[in-house]
Design a protein around this ligand. Structure first.
Ligand SMILES: Cc1ncc(C[n+]2csc(CCOP(=O)(O)OP(=O)(O)O)c2C)c(N)n1
Length: 334
């Protein structure tokens, strides 16, 4: 039986749930690191990962009901996929392009998360295309009288794309059960936030579309969870959309093909590392007696063991048969 934690600031989460949050955050961080490592070893063709985004991704997804609510992710959302129930094995099979990958049988780019059972809808590489999909799903839910919530994830760069504004407008007009989660990591590849928008808090845009917008500290998992929980409640109750801007920082280059030394200083990255989501939540768990240092070490060891086993499995798994390369592209004759 899980007892509800009376730890101040725990947002009503039990100690087990708080530890689970840390587990998922650490898992997300370490899957990203593993993917980049496999890429450097010449095994994974391309790595796009989310180190630094763990509080934003895990905190929002933790407020959703997996398999009922819809996640429209973008390429950085390893933490969302893992929190909703995808496994390191799923992600590494996709990263290495293996036939068994549930995402596309090894045909898609990595980090295009998808799971039919978990309602994680496969995205497309052009940024922001998942946002109108979320609104369409939310409209369908409304027409069918369902209380399912659709959550669209995107970056600060994607927030400038026209279709995001059209999506927010439509969602506001019809008061749809959709949540817009903007993972503002300060950069769109090399373009800093100051050259992306002439405002500081992107969340104020929601006002123009007639629904609430909040800016939260995207490195504070409990603050993010609290905002997401409220947004999910509003959406489920028929009170319409919410825009959540989570301010965070991408601690690694944009992808394995990017050299971030060309557009940001090492000092800047180090400053953000010091206030990174994992170190902050680990400190909070210890200070509030939710988990001791050695218990946290055990949580981390468990996550690493899961990732090591997943890596071994995925590396040994076969690649797709080249004769099936066109499958799912053209209709196949029986
Ligand atoms: C329509 C379109 N334009 C350009 C690109 C190339 N591109 C890929 S990711 C990216 C940056 C997106 O930045 P942001 O939305 O802030 O997300 P982040 O990568 O920082 O998490 C760009 C320009 C693309 N995929 N699609």
């Amino acid at each position: 039986m899980v007892s509800v934690s009376d730890v101040p600031g725990a947002q009503g989460l039990s100690k087990d749930q708080l530890r689970e949050l840390y587990y998922k955050m650490f898992l997300a961080r370490s899957v990203g690191e593993r993917e980049r490592m496999l890429n450097r070893m010449g095994k994974g063709p391309f790595a796009v990962t989310g180190e630094g985004h763990e509080a934003t991704q895990v905190g929002t997804a933790f407020a959703m009901t997996p398999g009922k609510d819809w996640a429209l992710t973008y390429y950085r959302d390893i933490g969302v996929a893992l929190t909703l129930g995808m496994t390191p094995r799923d992600l590494l099979l996709a990263h290495l392009g293996r036939a068994e990958s549930i995402e596309s049988g090894g045909r898609n780019m990595p980090s295009h998360f998808s799971s039919v059972d978990l309602r994680i809808v496969s995205g497309s590489a052009p940024v922001a295309t998942q946002v109108p999909h979320a609104v369409g799903i939310a409209l369908a839910s409304k027409l069918r009288g369902l209380d399912e919530v659709a959550v669209a994830y995107f970056g600060d760069g994607a927030a400038s794309v026209g279709v995001v504004h059209e999506s927010m407008n439509l969602a506001g007009v019809h008061r749809l059960a959709v949540i817009f989660v903007c993972e503002n990591n300060q950069y769109a590849i090399s373009v800093p936030a100051s050259k992306q928008a002439a405002i500081t808090d992107l969340s104020i845009r929601a006002q123009g579309y007639g629904f609430p917008g909040v800016t939260v500290d995207g490195n504070d998992v409990l603050a993010v969870y609290s905002a997401a929980k409220e947004a999910v409640e509003r959406a489920r109750n028929g009170d319409g959309p919410t825009f959540i801007e989570a301010k965070t920082y991408r601690l690694v280059p944009h992808t394995s093909d990017d050299d971030d030394r060309r557009y940001r200083s090492r000092e800047e990255v180090e400053e953000w590392e010091k206030k990174g989501p994992l170190i902050r939540f680990r400190t909070w768990l210890e200070e509030n007696d939710v988990a001791s240092a050695s218990e946290i070490d055990e949580i981390e060891a468990k996550a690493m063991a899961e990732i090591d086993a997943a890596t071994e499995y995925a590396e040994a798994a076969p690649t797709p048969d080249p004769a099936t390369a066109m499958r799912h592209v053209f209709v196949e004759e029986e």
